[in-house]
Design a protein around this ligand. Structure first.
Ligand code: ADP
Ligand code: MG
Length: 226
């Protein structure tokens, strides 16, 4: 099975049938191969987040299908979708979205506990991941005590905690200053490459996009190769 993520004819409109209807996605097709890292480039408001949320099972399409590792996700029950989302998808947001009352280590252990991993094993894996991204010495810190770059590194670890099949990242360094953004992006790429994970990464930054395997542009609600 080499197709890790397949979207076919995905459409999405907001405020359907009303005067302020917005047809954001008008038929998006996408195939992500095993180990492939693809950039999703488009101006603000083009529908990048909408597409990533649908691909990551955080939202549903109006029409079209989403397959992850050959399994159709369209039409699954909420319960089944939640399980797939937890097991198959790693999601990184522009803002870290870490739980403020938990430490960095706990933020990475918690999704594993939700998947039935024993506490000790979950904490060991969390520590290992933190070490990989160079913030092991911040393991006991809460998110508010971390820099923006450190918060995103922890968010990457959390996204990878359950060994997902695909990583989706929505402008993961968009909130950082350019120098930090560059370093944090490099960390993300190293992490993705070392795990052989497939990733779809939305970015405004054309320099970052050029460092991925391939670039897709979104225009007028459809995806086109660069
Ligand atoms: P991007 O991530 O590329 O900036 P989005 O997917 O966030 O784009 O948004 C695409 C379009 O859909 C925008 O015009 C936005 O205003 C609209 N939109 C996004 N979410 C909603 C929503 N929940 N309700 C209504 N319109 C929305
Ligand atoms: Mg967005």
């Amino acid at each position: 099975m080499s197709n890790v993520l397949t979207l076919s004819g995905v459409t999405k409109a907001y405020n359907a049938g009303q005067t302020n209807e917005v047809n954001v996605l008008r038929g998006c097709d996408l195939t992500l191969d095993a180990g492939e890292v693809v950039a999703l480039v488009a101006p603000s408001g083009s529908g990048k987040s909408t597409l990533l949320h649908i691909a990551g099972l955080l939202d549903t399409a109006d029409a079209g299908t989403v397959e992850i590792a050959g399994e159709t996700m369209t039409g699954l029950s909420d319960r089944r979708r939640t399980i797939s989302r937890r097991q198959d998808v790693g999601f990184v947001y522009q803002f870290h979205h870490l739980l403020p009352e938990f430490s960095a280590l706990e933020n990475i252990a918690l999704p594993q506990l939700a998947n039935g991993v024993p506490t000790k094993a979950a904490e060991e894996r969390a520590m290992h991941l933190l070490d990989t991204v160079g913030v092991a010495d911040r393991a006991s810190h809460r998110p508010a005590a971390l820099s923006g770059g450190e918060q995103q590194r922890v968010a990457f670890c959390r996204a990878l905690a359950n060994e997902p099949k695909v990583l989706l990242a929505d402008e993961p360094t968009g909130n950082l200053d350019p120098a930090t953004s560059d370093k944090v992006f490099e960390t993300l790429m190293t992490l993705v490459r070392s795990t052989g994970l497939s990733a779809l990464i939305a970015t405004h930054n054309l320099d970052l996009a050029a460092r991925m395997d391939r670039v897709l542009r979104m225009q007028d609600g459809v995806l086109t190769p660069e």
